[in-house]
Design a protein around this ligand. Structure first.
Ligand code: F6R
Length: 615
């Protein structure tokens, strides 16, 4: 959570920092602030609420022009989202400014210590102690990078910090532990940010800082050390997407653009995964096949939407490999003392690659000797870096807080891993893999077909804007789809929405159904597992008999459901296991339209942030 930007170079620091914050606002939007070094001093402004409030403030009270600056957009952890708690935080002399992402766990002790030494702390945040500690260290060592190292050695928790000091007007210093921090290398200028999106308009050459590293940025280059001051290695990389990928491209919201990008994203994630001999090759999987052959249990850990992708993956993995597979909420995983050993394969699914719950789960798994494979969308992020292997999804940057294209590509990646495991272990033969890949290759076109027929879904959503509750039902892989539909509606439309396994309804939740209540039902394909299909048709009748208004998502031509559907949403025929790839799309559109109809902010729903870097 929280977006951080730093700049030193020839341009107006304020312009560069504000433009960067605009691209990072998805990470948090409780408050925003900037500090620039100018005229031998430091000037800072911060405002509660979205970046627009900061813009307004800066228009009324401009800051002096300078070439070194930092900025922050906040998702509040310690302290209410108000002006005082907004970042940057300054020391009492107003010479140091610091911005922070993460949580400093020992801030209470540090605060007490500072207060005893006469410091006056103004906010409720954990961050402010860093500004004061930096000022103290700087006055004894006279160098900001060294002061940062000294301070970092005293901090517990997960933190990324970026600071400037009025006495070093051409330096920005950053420190990283856990939360992401990348350096952008320009010509006579350098950038620091939580995400490359912040500086992609200026440079595509970047360096990813490692754990417990401090970086000093100057116009002529950067120096990276560990917290002790030893020279450290940081990984350089080239960003292979450009600024336009992070723009709305004519859509009203990033979410609409990202929904529309799904056919391309799905196709890109599949690209190059099968070699000329028809063998599946996942070249980022660095776990030897001999190890994969010995795997006797797969555990998938993830959160939110990625967890739903993991729930679907369980069906594919068990069906295609016959290896037992569990899917667990990453936030619960390590606290229940799971049984893991060197024959366990843990799959960590994460769009951002920074979700702290998932990161902690994978660390725990590795400590127990398990191998970890990451499925991730963000190149160079922490989760893939700490895993034994990684399969990148190629969704491109996902900016809207609600995950859409990341979900579909996570599913594709999960299917690929399942097939790969099947191939390596001999439970799937090459021709079977090719057959599934062929079916997967058709999905992009099928998602396009779904997208082209969404107007009735949007109209239906607009008509439901005054409803209080929507239920979602599914069976088999349709169950996680139902959960995902409910999650999208909660986070975007702020409505009470719940997903249920359709068979479970009669064990309690059916009591919720009342006259006129919308219930969305995801119907599996009528072919193949027809028992599953028949059972859900009965479930639809049961809820309809109790007054539900049924919104039925079913395969085109499935006439058996038509009599029981108050609203029918047709999707193209797919194999049962792959149906989530097409069935989820109408639910995304439904939630997005309902949010708009209710006047909600689609890309930045209340209380949320894109990347959850706290546990
Ligand atoms: C929901 C959503 C979240 C994320 C979850 C995990 O739309 O976006 O539930 O899926 O916070 O995030 P990642 O995938 O970045 O680990």
């Amino acid at each position: 959570m929280c977006g951080i930007v730093g700049y030193v170079g020839g341009q107006s620091a304020l312009d560069v920092v504000i433009a960067g914050l605009q691209r990072l606002e998805y990470r948090g939007y409780d408050s925003a602030g900037v500090a620039v070094l100018a005229d031998g001093g430091l000037a800072a402004t911060k405002r509660e609420g979205k970046l627009a409030n900061l813009h307004k403030r800066l228009a009324e009270h401009p800051l002096p022009a300078g070439h070194t600056g930092i900025g922050h957009t906040r998702w509040a952890t310690h302290g209410a989202p108000n002006d005082v708690n907004a970042h940057p935080h300054l020391d009492n002399a107003g010479r140091v400014a610091v911005v922070h992402n993460g949580i400093i766990e020992n801030f209470t002790e540090l605060r007490a210590e500072l207060t005893d030494r006469g410091h006056e702390l103004l906010s409720e945040t954990d961050t402010e102690v860093v500004a004061h500690l930096l000022a103290e260290s700087f006055s004894s060592c006279g160098e900001l990078a060294e002061a940062m190292r000294q301070v970092c050695r005293r901090l517990d928790g997960a933190f990324t910090l970026v600071a400037v000091h009025a006495d070093e007007p051409e330096t920005v210093v950053g420190a990283r532990r856990n939360s992401p921090l990348v350096v952008g290398l320009g010509d006579g200028e350098a950038f620091l940010a939580s995400d490359v999106a912040a500086f992609i308009a200026y440079t595509r050459e970047a360096i990813e800082l490692g754990q417990d590293q401090v970086v000093e940025l100057r116009r002529d280059g950067v120096t990276v050390t560990d917290f002790e001051g030893n020279t450290a290695e940081a990984r350089p990389f080239h960003v292979d997407w450009d600024a336009s990928a992070a723009e709305k491209g004519g859509y009203d919201y990033f979410m609409l653009k990202e929904i529309a990008e799904q056919p391309r994203a799905v196709a890109d994630t599949l690209l190059g995964r099968i070699d000329t001999a028809g063998e599946l090759t996942l070249d980022e999987v660095r776990i030897p096949d001999s190890v994969l052959r010995e795997v006797d249990k797969v555990v998938i850990v993830a959160c939110g939407t990625a967890f739903h992708a993991g729930m679907i993956a369980k069906y594919a993995i068990e069906h295609w490999t016959r290896i037992p597979c569990e899917t667990e909420l990453a936030s619960e995983f390590r606290y229940r003392d799971p049984i893991l050993d060197s024959r366990t394969l843990v799959i960590a699914v994460s769009q951002s690659g920074e979700t702290m719950d998932t990161l902690m789960a994978l660390r725990h798994a590795r400590e127990q000797g398990a191998r970890v494979l990451a499925i991730c969308n963000t190149n160079g992020s922490t989760i893939p870096r700490e895993s034994d292997a990684v399969l990148y999804t190629h969704a491109g940057p996902e900016v809207a807080v609600a995950s859409t294209k990341a979900f579909l590509t996570q599913l594709v990646a999960c299917y690929l891993v399942a097939l790969y495991l099947g191939q390596v272990r001999g439970s799937k033969w090459g021709d079977e893999v090719i057959a599934v890949i062929r079916e997967l290759s058709q999905i992009a076109t099928q998602v396009e077909e779904v997208l082209a027929t969404m107007e009735p879904v949007r109209e239906l959503a607009r008509g439901l804007a005054d409803q209080d509750t929507v239920l979602f039902l599914g069976r088999h892989v349709g169950y996680p789809v139902a959960l995902e539909g409910a999650l999208k509606l909660k986070e975007l439309a702020y409505m009470h929405a719940e997903g249920f396994a359709a068979g479970e309804l009669k064990h309690g939740p059916i009591a919720l159904v009342e006259d006129g209540m919308p219930v969305v039902v995801v119907v599996p394909p009528p072919r193949g597992r027809s028992v599953l299909h028949d059972k859900i048709v009965s479930n639809i009748q049961e809820i309809r008999a109790r007054g539900a208004r049924t919104i039925v998502i079913a395969e085109r031509g499935d006439d058996t459901v038509t009599p029981y559907a108050d609203h029918l949403v047709e999707i193209p025929p797919t194999p049962t296991l792959l149906q989530p790839l097409v069935a989820t799309v109408p639910l995304q559109v439904f939630a997005c339209e309902l949010a708009t109809a209710r006047g909600n902010e689609v890309d930045q729903p209340r209380n949320l942030a894109k990347s959850v870097t706290v546990e």
